[in-house]
Write a protein that binds this ligand. Structure first.
Ligand code: UD2
Ligand code: MN
Length: 582
């Protein structure tokens, strides 16, 4: 019966022309082949996968891979970006993982590689429509060295699941000399399911993440190159706004908003209203800073890009030609660190810009340590330091002195040949670092410029030189300012400025006088200068705290203890302070 019906249906008389018949039969063959290869062939994937493949048949590589559409009804460990809690023996194994991997791999292994996560975008982003056919295609480069299996593959799955096929040229897995067998043996087999969309490039010499990114970008064929760390999850609609912005302006280097994936329980937290931008410290570390007033004013809509002075480093997208035109990365930087500030200073001063795209979100597992060997070439145990010296020497002009305040040990250190990077800077006719300071980070405090006084703040009592000193307290939080024997040699723990505005401060922390009610002396607490910071006045050699009227003093305190403020006494040697250079 079925056969008879089929024969009748397929009878040539039904076609008005031979061409139509031909098209029909070719189509039928294709569909039968797909049905066979997917349903009947060994290891056939599930039905949804097959239907999706059929729907996409005959298009670009990888299109036959079923992209899992996020499903708010998905349930299971970690679905919807929820935390996974372990107990018993698994919990113990998970805790071991934290020491080895700095992430809980037991938890990761329990979560589907296609897990659902909540859309982290604000509503205004969701209603933007993109003309996919006219946007450039992107190569997504994921670099890794001995990454754990499931976090690495979840990165790949999330990229493929949440990128429109029209925009995804390829995914390049750049293996930076991993040693684990599963990464060497099983990965090639695994990625076959992506039907040519995922390429593996292996380096049999450890490159370090900077050269690894360059190597990945050199393999890329898309007009846009996107870099990701190997423990990310791309969020809904992450790719469209990135490529759209690059299409609009090819000389921008842009970053998605980096959402937080907890390394212990893998919960995903996205902030739709995230408004932080990148900054830096003079010791050349990356910092998060609040959005400046001027940038708030400039932006016309909450979906518009945010100009950022620097970037965190891992997650970025660029027009591939522009990326290389503007100098890629410094090939001589090793293993980890420094390249993110280098590319930031370079792009801004050489005519481009760094932007964050609020409608693009990607989650990243922030780890407390590095699960791989951090030693660079020649046994270098200080790759961040030496990489940063390269950037300071090439891009910061005389302001490199600020870096050497923190790292005087590196002043004479050989960090390799810099001539190519100097030449790049000259060829691109990049602006001086001062331009960057004046125009891109006008609020950045420069401890020795435009200040009333700067140096070690020294009192001499009984022939002994005593200086204000941070006493190695963490400058990130607030802490009581101390005193210590003067160190000389430009020890950064003792360098303090009396700024134009009367604030007694360091790079980011400002001195507050703290006096309890009805008391006539108090302490000096350093807090982030974002909280306004008290005013201090010079009176002769005294330093008077304006609010309380008390003076900075070391009466009755020893080296290693906290400095005080007390009733001013112009004749007390404990209250006479000089800013000295060394
Ligand atoms: C941050 C960046 C990272 C990089 C680094 C500074 C984010 C989210 N991450 O550190 O991309 O800019 O700051 O240099 O902003 N890797 C290699 N070879 C190596 C070392 C690392 O391929 O020799 C890979 C590693 O597997 C990972 C990526 O490089 O995929 C970044 O390393 P990380 O995750 O340890 O760096 P992270 O996030 O602390
Ligand atoms: Mn990372």
């Amino acid at each position: 019966m079925v056969v008879r019906l089929l024969c009748r249906y397929l009878s040539p008389r039904r076609f008005s022309s031979a061409v139509q018949a031909g098209v029909f039969f070719v189509g039928l063959l294709l569909v039968s082949y797909l049905v066979y290869s997917t349903f009947l062939a060994p290891g056939a994937p599930p039905k949804e996968v097959v239907l999706d493949r059929i729907a996409r048949a005959g298009r670009k590589p990888g299109d036959a891979y079923a992209r899992v559409r996020d499903d708010t009804s998905r349930r299971g460990p970690g679905e919807q970006g929820e935390a996974v809690r372990l107990s018993g023996e698994e919990k113990a194994r998970g805790e071991e993982d934290m020491k080895k991997w700095f992430m809980n791999v037991v938890v990761s292994d329990k979560i589907s590689l296609d897990r659902s996560i909540r859309d982290a975008r604000r509503d205004e982003c969701k209603s933007i429509s993109y003309d996919l056919s006219s946007l450039p295609r992107a190569s997504v480069v994921i670099i890794f060295t001995d990454e754990a299996w499931t976090p690495l593959l979840r990165t790949v799955h999330s990229v493929i699941n949440r990128s429109p096929p029209e925009l995804l040229q390829e995914v390049i897995l750049l293996d930076d000399n991993s040693q684990r067998d599963e990464l060497k043996e099983k990965l090639d087999e695994y990625v076959k399911r992506f039907d040519g969309l995922v390429k593996i490039v292996r380096k049999n010499v450890r490159h370090g993440l900077i050269r690894a990114k360059l190597a990945g970008a050199r393999e890329a064929t898309g007009e846009v190159v996107v870099f990701l760390d190997s423990h990310c999850e791309a969020n809904h609609g992450w790719l469209e706004p990135l490529v759209a912005r690059i299409a609009e302006n090819p000389s921008v280097i842009i970053c998605p908003i980096i959402d937080y994936i907890n390394s212990k329980d893998f919960s995903y937290s996205g902030d739709p209203y995230a408004q932080s931008v990148g900054g830096f410290t003079w010791s050349l570390h990356f910092t998060w800073e609040p959005l400046s007033e001027s940038e708030k004013q400039r932006r016309k809509s909450p979906t518009e890009y945010i100009r950022s002075p620097t970037m965190a480093g891992g997650l970025l997208a660029a027009n591939r030609e522009y990326f290389f035109h503007v100098g890629g990365y410094d090939e001589e930087m090793d293993i980890w660190g420094g390249e993110n500030l280098e590319i930031s200073f370079r792009v801004w001063t050489c005519g481009g810009s760094i932007e964050f795209i609020p409608c693009s979100h990607v989650g990243h597992i922030f780890r407390d340590g590095h699960p791989y060997n951090m030693t660079g070439r020649g046994g270098n145990k200080d790759v961040h330091g030496t990489n940063s010296k390269r950037l300071a020497e090439v891009w910061m002009d005389d302001y490199k002195r600020m870096y050497y305040l923190h790292r005087s040990d590196l002043k004479t250190k050989d960090v390799g040949d810099l001539s190519e990077r100097h030449k790049l800077r000259k060829d691109l006719q990049c602006k001086p670092f001062k331009w960057f300071l004046d125009n891109i980070v006008p609020d950045k405090f420069i401890p020795d410029e435009n200040v009333q006084e700067y140096g070690m703040v020294q009192a001499v009592v009984g022939g002994q030189k005593i200086c204000l000193d941070t006493l190695q307290q963490d400058e990130k939080g607030s802490y009581g300012m101390g005193i210590y024997f003067c160190q000389g040699g430009g020890s950064s723990a003792q360098l303090i400025s009396l700024a134009r505005d009367g604030r007694l401060r360091r790079e980011t922390s400002c001195a507050h006088g703290v006096v309890r009610e009805r008391e006539t002396s108090g302490t000096v607490v350093m807090r982030n200068c974002r909280e306004k910071g008290d005013e201090w006045k010079r009176e002769g050699d005294q330093l008077r705290h304006a609010n309380s009227g008390l003076c900075l003093s070391i009466r009755g305190i020893k080296s290693g203890e906290k400095v005080i403020i007390e009733v001013c006494d112009a004749s007390a040697p404990e209250q006479q302070w000089k800013f000295v250079k060394s």
